[in-house]
Design a protein around this ligand. Sequence first.
Ligand code: FAD
Length: 298
Amino acid sequence: MGIVDRVIANSVPAIPRPVVRRISRRYMAGEDLEEAIGTVRDLNKQGCVATLDVLGESTKDRADAAGKLEQYKRVIDAVVENDLASGVSVKLTGLGLDLDEGLCRSNLEEVIVYAGERGRFVRVDMEDSSYTARTIRIVLDMHERHGNTGAVVQAYLRRSLGDVRLLAEAGVSVRLCKGIYVEPREVAYKGFDTVRQNFVLLLEELMKAGCYVGVATHDEYLVWHALRVSHELGIPKGGYEFQMLLGVDEQLRRILVEGGQKVRVYVPFGKDWYEYSTRRLKENPKIARYVAQDVVGG
Ligand code: FAD
C-alpha cells in the first residue's frame, strides 16, 4: 500500500456518516428486513444462496442482546415465509458475550434451536482475537448439541491450524477467510503472501479431513486453489461452497455460478451500518480513495 493510500485508509473513520452511507450502500441490503429479504430474493434468482447478518456488534446491555435475539427470530421467520435459500450469520458480542458468557450462550442457543426447527443454518462470525478461543469453544458445544452451527476461521491467525484440526475432527462446517481485524504480530501473520499461503494450508487441511468448507474470499488466487484442491481430492461441486460479500466482485460471483459452483452471499442489513462500513472501507484503499474524492468533490 502506498503512503497516500495508507493516509486515506487511516482517515476513513473521520469521513462524515452521510458520505460513508452513500458509498457503502452497495455493501448493505438497507436498514429494514423487507429490503434485505428483497436482496436475498434477487440473489436466489441469480443462482446464489445467502446468509443474513443483522448489523451491530457489542451490545451494551441485556435488553440490547434480547432485542438482537428477537431480530434474528424475525429474520428466520421472513426467510421461511418467503421460501428463501438463506441462513443467518451472528456475532457473539451482539448476543451479549461482553456482558456475560452464559447469557450469550443462552441467546445463541435460542437462535440455533429456532433456526434448526425451521431447517436453517447459523454461522457464528469470528470477531477479533480476544474472542477467538471462547467463540471456538461455544461453536463446538452448540454443534455437538444441535448440529446446525458453523464456525469461522481466519487465515491470518497463527493459532488457526490448531483450530481447523479441532473443528474438522468434530465435523463442524468452517467458513475460511483471511480475517479483517487489526491484530498484533504476536497473534497474526502480517505479510499478504504469508496469509495467502496459510489460507491454502488451512483449506487443504479442512478439505482433506472431509470438512464442509465455505471458501470466503474474493481473491482469485485462493478461488483457484479451492478449485484445485477440490479437483485433486475428487470433492464434487456442492461439497464445498464459495462465499462472497454483497457488492464485492459480482463478476467473479457470476463466473462461479455459471460454472456450476455453489456461491453464498453475505447480506448485512440494519440500522448499525456505520461500524461495518468503515471497517470495509478501511480494508479497501481503492474504495477509501473513492470516498475521499467524494468528500473533496462534494
Ligand atoms: P483481498 O486480497 O482482501 O481481496 C481480493 C480482491 O477482492 C481485492 O483485490 C479487491 O478487488 C476485492 N475486495 C476485497 N474486499 C473488498 C471490499 N471490501 N470492497 C471491494 N472490493 C473488495 N472476516 C472476519 O474477520 N470474520 C468473519 O467472520 C468474516 N466473515 C466473512 C464472510 C464472508 C462471506 C467474506 C467474503 C468475508 C468475511 N470476512 C470475515 C472478511 C475477510 O476476512 C476478508 O477481510 C475479506 O474477505 C477480504 O479478503 P479477500 O480474501 O477477499 O482478499
